[in-house]
Design a protein around this ligand. Structure first.
Ligand code: AMP
Ligand code: MG
Length: 412
């Protein structure tokens, strides 16, 4: 039985956990259409400027500004018609070119007059002078200058990164491979959904919460082990999981009770680094390594499991998958409730954000039952609200919240 160890703060525990994780070796090259949510494993440098040439931002007429420098109506012959995708000839001095959005500006033109601001008559265009040079022209390199690093290694590929890579002409990208995560679920009392419950039994919900969380963060679940509360069986499952996976997540069995075997099995097979953390819910969170494979032992209570996954497993799995930005989005919102947290543990409440009627600012409410077994609180909620250790929150006070839309998304 391991000795009770000092309880780590959340920050200490995160540092310890993240320091022990290196990005996965082994990249993949994938087609751009497969890139959503993957992590870039190369730095993308623009080989060409985007746009590659000066072009028109409007449907209208390309002119040289000096040909329309005086006040009043100016008539210019229309000497050519330039549509997108075709190279123009140089603009004849003293004339205008009919031009369409995205079409290249002819040499000699520096300005586009939008068609709404002029009229065409018998091969001439009539416009109002004087013109300002450069109007309605998109300059070459205005979006991206050539040779600039536009996407950094370690960024997550959202739709806009996919589009930007395509605009540089890239058809494939090097990405980190997905983390293969083994799930080890402990508990004699558990029954799989789809079978009847016996006395004292409950359904194994954590398996599915974890399956969903892992898929949401772009990980692959490689092995699933259901183990009874037994040291030998726990050791066997953990040893096999360590051989096959990049990361192990366990559920339950991490308290210091006589029927909790996960910490003992880790200590026997590898190294146990963290046994307790000063957060609520989730105090018995466990971290270790088995034969080089990092392991996070999540408490069995369904809400504790959900919260500790969000706070600890998420950044750990992001780092493993090569991501450089690990912090979740946090916002500040005014509490609609009073809460006293008398203990030296940071508390995470299941909460919901909404706009206040009059000022339009953000308010946060909490689910009335915050017990660590009340899984319906996580379904009601759309964020976690943070109550500092020894903190008192009064109605109207601004507190920190972490929206699920960022916390539980591969793009977040
Ligand atoms: P443990 O961390 O193993 O002491 O588990 C604490 C409590 O969480 C147990 O008493 C169960 O009620 C619940 N629990 C444990 N594992 C699961 C699971 N896989 N699915 C749903 N509830 C669980
Ligand atoms: Mg248990």
């Amino acid at each position: 039985m391991p000795h009770p160890s000092p309880i780590l703060s959340e920050a200490q525990a995160l540092r310890c956990l993240l320091d022990g994780i290196s990005p996965l070796a082994g990249q993949e090259r994938i087609g751009l259409d497969q890139a959503l949510g993957r992590v870039l494993a190369e730095t993308l440098v623009a080989e060409n400027a985007v746009p590659a040439f000066d072009n028109s931002a409007m449907d209208g007429y390309a002119v040289a500004c000096k040909d329309a420098a005086r006040e009043g109506e100016i008539r210019l012959a229309v000497s050519q018609r330039i549509t997108a995708g075709l190279p123009p000839t140089p603009l004849k001095p003293g004339t205008a070119a009919r031009i369409f959005t995205g079409a290249p500006l002819p040499n000699g033109a520096d300005t586009v007059v939008m068609q709404e601001d002029c009229r065409e008559e018998n091969g001439y265009v009539v416009l109002q002078g004087p013109l300002t040079a450069g109007k309605h022209v998109r300059r070459a390199g205005e979006d991206i200058a050539a040779d600039r690093a536009v996407l950094e290694r370690g960024c997550v590929l959202r739709p806009q990164e996919m589009g930007l890579a395509a605009s540089l002409g890239r058809a494939t990208l090097a990405v980190y491979r997905k983390a293969r995560v083994a799930l080890v679920v402990t508990g004699n009392e558990l029954v799989e959904p789809g079978t009847p419950l016996g006395p004292g039994q409950l359904y194994n919900s954590n398996r599915y919460t974890l399956t969903g969380l892992l898929a949401a963060l772009g990980c692959e679940t490689t092995g699933y082990y259901r183990v009874p509360d037994d040291l030998g069986a726990t050791r066997e499952a953990l040893a096999e999981a360590a051989r096959n996976a990049d990361f192990i997540l366990t559920s339950g069995g991490v308290s210091v009770g006589e029927e909790d075997y996960v910490q003992r099995a880790i200590a026997a097979l590898g190294a146990l680094h963290i046994r307790r953390i000063a957060i609520k819910p989730g105090k018995p969170l466990t971290h270790g390594h088995i034969q080089g494979t990092p392991l996070l032992g999540l408490p069995g209570n369904p809400v504790s499991l959900f919260v500790t996954f969000a706070v600890f497993a998420r950044p750990a799995l992001f780092k493993l998958q090569g991501r450089t930005h690990l912090s979740p989005l946090t916002l500040r919102a005014r509490a609609t409730f009073e809460r006293r947290n008398p203990i030296k543990r940071r508390e995470y409440l299941r909460a919901r954000l909404h706009r206040t009627g009059d000022s339009g600012g953000l308010e946060v409410s909490i689910y009335p039952r915050q017990g660590s077994a009340v899984l319906s609180s996580t379904v009601w909620a759309d964020c976690l609200a943070v109550i500092p250790e020894h903190g008192t929150v009064m109605p109207g006070q601004a507190i920190e919240v972490m929206p699920f839309s960022s916390l539980l998304s591969p793009l977040g």
